[in-house]
Every structure is written in structure tokens, then in C-alpha cells.
Design a binder for this molecule. Structure first.
Ligand code: FPP
Length: 247
């Protein structure tokens, strides 16, 4: 059987789903699943570094997650602050630059301060851009980008909107993974995922390990990315995301 060359996606985006089910299966509180999810996330960051992925973006708290029970919401906020206190030094040593993407004005002053500290500490790093989407929603991002352009008196075009997005500092994701067996995007990267290759894993997020990432990358490597062209037009080499049309 012919094997195709492995193509490492430049930007991997992940909907980390299944923490609650992982905990329920073990008769543990949901927050125990989220704690395990942090460990899985750190493992995934290391795996991306080792494989030469340049950008990793993860969905850690959605605009809709405020509707969860208050103890879970506050547990996730605490977990974020604790995880940053524990992990930023290691991530910094590994050359990871952390960005938080989302509406941070709705977060407490304590959480906001932790985000700013992590971003400042890692600002000079270049090996991996790590976007933690927190209080993020794809619809929020499109609306805030449009609002920004309106307030500047700029025309709304594909190009101008693209540049005003909260994720404008990175190219669109090449590979979008969702764990936990659900087949939906759930308001993640609505604008940016237009041409992302989708991969749905049956693993719950705490179980998503290096082998699962390698499987996703191997499957990604077999996909023909056409960006609207025909198969005949596309040669067998990797095709970069299309240049955005000028306004
Ligand atoms: C979805 O699983 C997961 C979340 C809403 C939170 C994701 C957070 C982490 C992986 C931890 C890292 C985040 C921080 C705060 C550093 P779910 O709870 O919806 O799982 P379920 O579908 O099994 O209930």
C-alpha cells in the first residue's frame, strides 16, 4: 500500500470536549475532568512542539459556558489561574508564546491580571504560538471585528474583517480537531475554519494523547486541499491557504 508523506499542519485548532464525561465515568465531579483536561492540554502542547506545529489554538471556555452551573464556571476560572501559575514557566522555557483570545472585559480582575502576566512573560517566544480561546465565541469575534471597523469608519470587506478578528495574528487553522464524539463546531472559529480540514475523535479530551494527535495528522496528510479549485488544478504538493482577495 502506498503511504503518503506526513504533512505537519501549520495551525492546529482543538475543541477539547469530553472532560465532564471522563469524570462522570469515574464517579468524579466534573471539575476533576477539567483538571485532567489541563494535563492533557500540556501534553498536547509538548506534542505539537515536538512535531513542529507552529500554532495551537484551543477552546477552553466558550461565550456560552457562562450558562453552566456556577460552581463549574468558578471552578474553570480557578483552574485557569492555577494552571497558569504552575505551567507558564515551563511553557516559557519551551519557547511557547501564549495569547488569550476572547472577551476578557467580562472576566474578573484576578483572571484578567493572570492572562496579562502570562502573555507578558512569554511575549518574546517564537517556537509555538499558543492561543487559549477563553470567553470566546466565533460569533462574538465576527461582531467585535465588524464593530471595530464601524467605529474606525472603515468599509467592511473580507480583507478588513479578517484583519480585525481576534485571531488576526495567525493564519487560519489547517486542521480543526474536536474530541468527545460530537460532530459540530459549537461556535469555534466560525470565520477562520472556512477551509480547515475537520477531524472528529471519539476520544474524550483527557484521553487525547500523542498517538491520537499523530492519527489526526496522518489523516490530515492524506486530504487534498482544493480551496475551491478542481482536483486537476491542484498538484500533489501541499497547498497553502489562498491569498485573501483585496477589497
Ligand atoms: C468541554 O468538555 C470542555 C470545557 C468546557 C472546558 C475545557 C477546558 C479544559 C480542557 C481545561 C483547560 C482549561 C483551562 C481553564 C486552563 P465538557 O465539560 O463539555 O465535557 P462533556 O461534554 O463530557 O460534558
Amino acid at each position: 500500500m502506498a503511504t503518503s508523506a506526513l504533512i505537519i499542519p501549520y495551525h492546529v485548532a482543538i475543541v477539547m470536549d469530553g472532560n465532564g464525561r471522563w469524570a462522570s465515568k469515574r464517579f468524579l465531579p466534573r471539575i476533576a475532568g477539567h483538571k485532567q483536561g489541563v494535563d492533557s492540554l500540556i501534553r498536547c502542547v509538548k506534542a505539537c512542539l515536538n512535531r513542529g506545529v507552529s500554532v495551537l489554538s484551543v477552546f477552553a471556555f466558550s461565550s456560552e459556558n457562562w450558562n453552566r452551573p456556577p460552581e463549574e464556571v468558578s471552578g474553570l476560572m480557578d483552574l485557569l489561574v492555577i494552571a497558569l501559575a504552575k505551567q507558564v514557566a515551563n511553557l516559557n522555557a519551551d519557547g511557547v508564546r501564549i495569547h488569550f483570545v476572547g472577551n476578557r472585559l467580562e472576566l474578573s480582575a484576578r483572571v484578567q491580571a493572570a492572562l496579562v502576566k502570562a502573555e507578558l512573560e512569554t511575549v518574546a517566544n517564537q517556537r509555538l504560538t499558543f492561543n487559549v480561546c477563553f470567553n470566546y465565541g466565533g460569533r462574538w469575534d465576527i461582531a467585535q471585528a465588524a464593530q471595530k471597523l464601524v467605529s474606525r469608519g472603515e468599509a467592511i470587506t473580507e480583507l478588513s474583517l479578517d484583519g480585525a478578528m481576534a485571531l488576526a495574528h495567525v493564519p487560519d487553522p489547517d486542521l480543526l480537531i474536536r474530541t468527545g464524539s460530537e460532530l459540530r463546531i459549537s461556535n469555534f472559529m466560525l470565520w477562520q475554519a472556512a477551509y480547515s480540514e475537520l477531524h472528529f475523535s471519539d476520544k474524550l479530551w483527557p484521553e487525547f494523547d500523542e498517538a491520537a494527535l499523530d492519527e489526526a495528522i496522518a489523516i490530515f496528510s492524506t486530504r487534498e486541499r482544493r480551496f475551491g479549485k478542481t482536483s486537476e488544478q491542484v498538484n500533489s504538493h501541499y497547498v497553502a491557504a489562498p491569498v485573501k482577495k483585496p477589497a
